[in-house]
Design a protein around this ligand. Structure first.
Ligand code: SAM
Length: 293
């Protein structure tokens, strides 16, 4: 992806899918009706498909209320959000003073600007909250973070105009998705080892029961005739939980963007699960989407 391409994600998100975009965009069906992304995060696939002109209507949701508030404000009041971002200086004192503020006491536009600013200037771009639900990441050492990016943010606002945006757990998709729609699930991943777990996007975490529930929701959508695509880790539990006669499981290599241990950065095997077959050689990466089951 070239930096000049807009709209692109306006937040850096743990588990962001930018690295996997060539594979994911090549895997989606040629045609579908509405698009649903119930673990929205930075929305990398949504914006990529929008740039390709593939999105007509969309239902976007995430359980993280601060995140969804920011999306809604960017869609409905982008100029008010930009006005705040334009005034914010890039320095450590300002960062900590903004981090300390309680979002509940701020205006709606300030609250959205606060999330964008902290996200773009914090250490490693890692959104993390403590047990009280407060953002607790230290100041990052970026020279020129692009928290004020009017060209992209206005393009994002335009891209969200036909999107219904909701703060809700992923099951909400059952209320909205119909036959012929495309649903992309990008849940917090099943840990590949006991120490590799990263589930602190919200204070709630994402349990194995939640993964099983997600499998059931996926199966129900498939039975309804929706196209379903799901990303997860290449872990034994993924194969166990998501094994289902109607699902296809593909392997894909991803260069991870965020990893707290620098030496572990690099290519990691992940899986893409679909309820429709992907033709051999369709995806451009090597080796992408080889069927393993
Ligand atoms: C792997 S990230 C999604 C990354 C996104 N695809 C991107 O490109 O940035 C997972 C997201 O799931 C959200 N989440 C966690 N539990 C959830 C739940 N029960 N329902 C909906 N979203 C949830 C988190 O807030 C987080 O934004």
């Amino acid at each position: 992806m070239y930096r000049s391409e807009v709209p692109r994600p306006f937040l850096k998100w743990a588990g962001g899918k930018t690295q996997l975009l060539p594979a994911l965009t090549a895997c989606v069906p040629e045609r579908f009706n509405a698009y649903h992304e119930p673990f929205l995060g930075g929305g990398a696939l949504y914006f990529a498909l929008y740039r390709q002109g593939k999105i007509s209507r969309a239902f976007l949701s995430d359980v993280n209320e601060e995140l969804i508030h920011a999306y809604t404000m960017v869609r409905d009041h982008v100029e008010a959000v930009l006005a705040h971002l334009k005034e914010y200086p890039h320095n450590e004192d300002f960062y900590y003073s903004l981090r300390k503020k309680d979002p509940a006491t701020m205006t709606a536009a300030e609250r959205a600007a606060r999330l964008i600013y902290l996200n773009k200037t914090c250490y490693n771009g890692l959104y993390r909250v403590n047990r009280q639900g407060r953002f607790n990441v230290p100041f990052g050492r970026y020279k020129t973070p692009r928290y004020y990016d009017p060209v992209n943010l206005r393009a994002v606002a335009q891209a969200l105009r036909n999107a219904r945006i909701e703060a809700a757990s992923f099951e909400v998709v059952l209320k909205n998705a119909r036959a012929g729609d495309l649903v992309y699930f990008d849940p917090p991943y099943i840990p590949v080892s006991k120490t590799a777990s990263f589930t602190a996007y919200t204070r709630h975490g994402f349990s194995m029961e939640a993964q099983q529930n997600l499998r059931d929701v996926t199966a129900e959508l498939a039975a309804r005739g929706a196209y379903v695509m799901l990303s997860n880790s290449h872990a034994p539990a993924t194969f166990r939980i998501f094994s289902h006669p109607d699902f296809h499981v593909y392997e894909v290599y991803a260069g991870r963007a965020i990893n707290s241990r620098g030496h572990r950065r690099g290519k990691i095997k992940e899986v893409i699960i679909t309820n429709f077959p992907i033709a051999a050689g369709k995806a451009p990466l090597q080796p992408v989407c080889s069927k393993v089951q």
